[in-house]
Ligand binder design. Structure first.
Ligand code: GLA
Length: 353
């Protein structure tokens, strides 16, 4: 039997930059997906996952079904497409990465399954190649046209360390997180949905903005060119302005982190939220309320929406000794103000991070 696992991730800064060839800074979270996989003598895959219906299919006959199993079907489809076929297998999946929270439960599942398949079928895949197969499963099969951040973070990330990823070159630098820094993640209670709606629309808008600016990707746009575009294409200019300024914030954040300046890191998080809310327009009134409630807590350096947007989770950077209290006070105030049902995902009760 092959056993493997992979973590969820939270992105510290660099949101909606990965499909614009830009910079991201995710870190692994303690919540993980674990799989136990046993090869079979035939070409069938049978999978079970806590709380979800069992699925079964034949290798080579993967069809999208619109259920959780698409992430698994996508993995075997993408492997075969890359010329890395496997035999059939039984797999049991267990996960405490929350679904629909913007913490990348799907990448954790795909990477954990691929790690187990790599062992069970002796696949020649390094960690970056493995992440790119997981990404192909998600974008080419499941139909969420996501960037590469989540799969790279699940495949290469560790707790207490952020990955500065240049999504154009795939150059990765590891950046230590200071001991006194704690991450707060609260699910807003408003589920986000990738494969439909807003996310793909934003991608199309970014592509259109890059075309209007005459650059290969928004990564290459300058602030001056974006300011000129505002005269003719105000909406596209707003999307582009977010991407250009967000890439600058990633660089500034890494410098501040290395200098141990957590106050500066927090201000960059706040600025990222304003840009995601007003320029990129992926926040919701509920999420804005949660960000504001967190930001006013003592010991919180800054807060913003994380992940694909349109609901999902909020991230705050906090002083370690202040994090739990700030998270539960903000969640309580948010519940009574909005009637939504928030969930504190970090720090965990056992407080690993
Ligand atoms: C989702 C996608 C990522 C990235 C973020 C936004 O999490 O899966 O690829 O685009 O949204 O930064």
């Amino acid at each position: 039997m092959a056993r493997a696992d992979a973590p969820g991730r939270v992105n510290l800064i660099g949101e909606h930059t990965d499909y614009n060839d830009g910079l991201v800074l995710p870190t692994a979270i303690p919540q993980r997906t674990t799989v136990e996989l046993v090869p079979r003598a035939d070409d069938r895959v049978a999978a079970s996952s806590d709380g979800f219906p069992r699925i079964s299919y034949r290798l080579g006959a993967e069809r999208r079904a619109g259920d959780w199993g698409d992430h698994l079907r996508g993995v075997t489809w993408a492997l075969a497409d890359a010329g890395l076929g496997t035999g059939g297998f039984d797999v049991r999946i267990h996960s405490d990465v929350p679904v629909g929270a913007g913490l990348s439960s799907s990448a954790a599942l795909e990477v954990a399954v691929l790690r187990a398949l790599r062992v069970a079928f002796s696949l020649q895949l390094d960690d970056v190649a493995l992440a790119l197969i997981a990404h192909r499963a998600e974008s080419g099969f499941v139909g969420a046209r996501v960037g590469t951040m989540d799969q790279l973070a699940a495949s290469l990330g560790h707790d207490r360390e952020a990955l500065l990823i240049d999504t154009r070159t795939l150059r990765i630098e590891r950046v230590r997180l200071p001991r006194e820094l704690a991450l707060v993640v609260i699910h807003s209670g408003v589920a986000h949905e990738h494969s439909t709606g807003g996310y793909n629309t934003r991608r199309d808008e970014c592509d259109a903005a890059a075309r209007a600016l005459g650059v290969p990707a928004l990564r290459d746009a300058t602030s001056d060119a974006v300011a000129r575009l505002a005269g003719t294409e105000p909406l596209l200019a707003r999307r582009a302005r977010h991407v250009v300024t967000e890439n600058e914030r990633v660089r500034a954040f890494v410098d501040a982190l290395r200098a141990g300046d957590l106050v500066a890191c927090g201000k960059l998080l706040d600025a990222s939220h304003v840009s995601l809310r007003d320029e990129f327009q992926v926040s919701t009134p509920e999420v804005d309320a949660l960000v504001a409630l967190l930001a006013r807590e003592a010991g919180v350096y800054g807060a913003r929406i994380v992940g694909g947007g349109f609901g999902g989770s909020v991230l705050a950077l906090a002083r370690r000794d202040a994090a739990s209290g700030a998270a539960s006070r903000a969640a309580d105030a948010y519940r009574s103000r909005t009637g939504c049902d928030p969930r504190v995902l970090l720090p965990r009760a056992s407080s690993e991070i």
